[in-house]
Design a protein around this ligand. Structure first.
Ligand SMILES: Cc1ncc(COP(=O)(O)O)c(C=O)c1O
Length: 390
């Protein structure tokens, strides 16, 4: 009965914050709860042992299938930033190398690149955009050369809904020496992501957003050519053995060598359940809800849409000239509508060019309905019409 009450309360919620974290499906919650209950009943290590096939095999196979990667090239992490930092700072770059980023780069990735630049002397360049905000692919094709060591492209940024053409970029870069990194945090589970089509050597993503997995789950695809090029500073005990008093042996040459051994069993079990649901046919064809969200925001008086680019996803960011983003978020929250206040400096290059310090971000997934968007639209119009006081 209590469970039913919770569900009814949840039913009234309009969750437009999957770009923050998606609503967890019952199967994910059940997998995690079962795992935690078992840990409390029989012990954590014993639970891990009983789930060995899932934790060491199944979850990797499902992830590999989800992104079109060989299973030995995928690794699990507790955040997408951790996945990125397990790879990018270990690149052997020098003053002769150039690194390309786009204006849509995520701030955490940029911090690690800036520190890599400060350590190695490499140069960071920003790929220009066309007037509408799309990346200038002609510029990329004309300027790519073998002194570009790394190209980093965010598939869909956290601050707005542009879908960058990662496959087309992969074709431009393919003949060159550079490593190609794609941040798929906001795209995995939302739009098709297939590393064999993208042609990247690194792809990072989070489990908690459009995959609907738990917090504290993330992954990376790391191609063998990239793994071989990294500075190897450590291997944890799930992939290496200290086999003499003076040395160790790596027993698993897969991408799992980039992981740490200790992890939250329940989170990995939850991710496995999310991947299972995804495999059972996660729909990418909810364009009517995407469109409804964008049109609703566009038609609201006084709202400025922040939506660069031709191809858009289910993330729509906007701001109002007089009403601060946190106030819009709070007042929507009072009506049980979840949106998020984004800060410009999380997507700092693009947002600084555009002069955006804060904005409201609404994001939809396949569980949202056009009716929910109408509810959101009515509430937004009321808030805007009411001015800055409640
Ligand atoms: C585009 C993008 N990249 C990277 C991240 C970082 O992910 P995490 O918080 O799992 O480190 C985020 C988080 O929102 C993101 O939106």
């Amino acid at each position: 009965m209590a469970e039913q009450g919770v569900r009814q309360a949840e039913d009234r919620l309009v969750h437009l914050n999957t770009a923050g974290a998606g609503l967890m499906p019952d199967t994910v919650r059940a997998a995690m709860e079962a795992c935690i209950a078992r840990e409390a009943a029989i012990g954590c290590y014993e639970t891990e042992e009983s789930l060995d096939d899932l934790l060491q095999g199944e979850v990797y196979q499902r992830l590999a299938r989800a992104i079109g990667a060989p299973v030995e090239d995928v690794a699990l992490f507790d955040s997408a930033t951790r996945a990125w930092c397990a790879v990018v700072p270990k690149l052997r770059l020098g003053p002769a190398d150039r690194v390309w980023v786009t204006p849509y780069e995520y701030a955490g990735n940029l911090i690690s690149l800036f520190s890599l630049r400060d350590r190695t002397g490499c140069r960071i360049e920003v790929v220009p955009t066309l007037p509408g905000g799309d990346l200038d692919l002609e510029w990329m094709a004309a300027h790519i050369a073998d002194d570009v060591a790394l190209v980093s492209v965010t598939h869909i940024p956290s601050g707005c809904g542009i879908v960058n053409p990662v496959e087309e970029i992969g074709r431009i870069l393919a003949p060159y020496r550079c490593f190609y990194a794609v941040d798929a945090c906001q795209s995995i589970g939302q739009v098709p992501v297939d590393v064999s089509r993208i042609g990247c050597q690194l792809l990072t993503g989070a489990g908690r957003k459009f995959m609907r997995g738990p917090r504290g789950t993330a992954f990376a695809y790391v191609a063998p050519r990239l793994r071989e090029a990294l500075i190897t500073d450590f291997h944890d005990l799930h992939v290496a053995h200290v086999d003499s008093p003076t040395g160790y042996r790596v027993t698993d040459p897969s991408a799992r060598g980039l992981e740490l051994a200790e992890r939250t069993t329940a989170a990995v079990a939850g991710l496995n359940a999310a991947l299972t649901l995804f495999e059972s046919g996660s729909p990418f064809d909810h364009k009517d809800v995407f469109r409804a969200l964008r049109e609703t925001v566009e038609r609201t008086p006084g709202i400025e849409l922040i939506a660069p680019g031709e191809v858009q996803s289910g993330i729509v960011s906007f701001r109002h000239a007089d009403i601060p983003a946190d106030e819009i978020r709070r007042r929507l929250g009072e009506r049980r509508i979840n949106v998020w206040k984004i800060v410009g400096n999380h997507t700092p290059i693009y947002m600084a060019e555009r002069g955006v310090e804060t904005a409201v971000r609404a994001s939809v997934h396949y569980y949202n309905t056009v009716e929910e968007i109408e509810t959101f639209g009515r509430a937004l119009r009321e808030i805007v019409g009411a001015g800055s006081r409640s």
